[in-house]
Write a protein of this length. Structure first.
Length: 267
């Protein structure tokens, strides 16, 4: 039985007309063009086999605890990333590299306690950041300050510590009220007497004591210079007082002599 051979030009044409291969989709996820849904899959880390064409990535309701360095493959088209309802405790400063086109990031309902500005520097296009329902007691103003395109920041339902340490964040919030969403839900948790007190209800007078007790660079320089001198002076003073005490006791041990001559006797 003879073999039927496809002419070379026809074979080339068939190859050109073949539909392109489907972009990679992680085994645990559902994918449609541009959209990858990996929510509620029991994941403990970010899947690496993601198409570079991904524009929306859903990773919510999983068990991810840490985003280490370069947790994501290069995703130049990613616009939305949701990590809501995970167990995130730590985000490395290089975790979000390669996500420069990201416009919306949802990190709400996690266990985050500390965030650094360096983590968000790669997100030059980010417009919306949701940090609600975490364990943030304070937040460096450099975090939102690292996002030049930020338009909406959500910080509600965090255990804010309303002490002098929150003053820099309060200043940022006061100057960027239009960017702060759900302002009425920014409530103090500590100290107890300010529990559930709205942060945005504070005024300049509330932090007057913090401003008055803060030391200027001149104060630190003076303390640095005066400190060693006062320590040395205290040593000399103690030595001098000790010498006086020794001299006093030595004088008391000497025999007493009356004013009249030849009456002094040593027993």
């Amino acid at each position: 039985m003879g073999c039927w051979r496809v002419p070379g030009p026809v074979l080339a044409l068939l190859l050109l007309l073949r539909p392109p291969a489907s972009p990679a989709c992680p085994a645990a996820c559902r994918c449609t063009p541009g959209d990858v849904d990996c929510a509620e899959r029991g994941l403990r880390e970010v899947p690496w086999s993601l198409s570079t064409n991904t524009s929306t990535l859903w990773l919510g309701y999983n068990f991810i605890t840490v985003l280490g360095p370069r947790s994501f493959p290069p995703l130049p088209g990613l616009r939305l990333l949701s990590l809501v309802h995970n167990r995130l405790e730590l985000i490395h400063s290089r975790a979000l590299l390669g996500l420069g086109a990201l416009q919306e990031l949802d990190l709400s309902h996690n266990h985050l306690t500390v965030l650094t500005p360096e983590t968000f520097l790669p997100l030059t296009s980010l417009a919306t950041l949701n940090l609600g329902s975490n364990r943030l007691g304070e937040l460096e103003p450099g975090v939102p300050g690292a996002l030049p395109q930020l338009q909406a920041l959500l910080l509600q339902d965090n255990p804010w510590v309303c002490s002098c340490g929150i003053l820099p964040l309060w200043r940022w919030l006061s100057h960027n009220r239009e960017k702060v969403q759900e302002k009425s839900l920014l409530l103090c948790r500590v100290p107890e007497q300010l529990n559930k007190y709205p942060i945005m209800a504070f005024g300049d007078e509330s932090f007057r004591q913090c401003q008055e007790t803060s030391l200027s660079p001149q104060h630190y320089i003076s303390a640095f210079i005066i400190g060693p001198f006062s320590f040395i002076a205290s040593i000399f003073f103690c030595t001098f007082m000790g010498s006086l005490i020794v001299f006093y006791h030595s004088q008391r041990r000497e025999p007493r002599c009356w004013r009249r001559p030849r009456v002094c006797r040593v027993h």
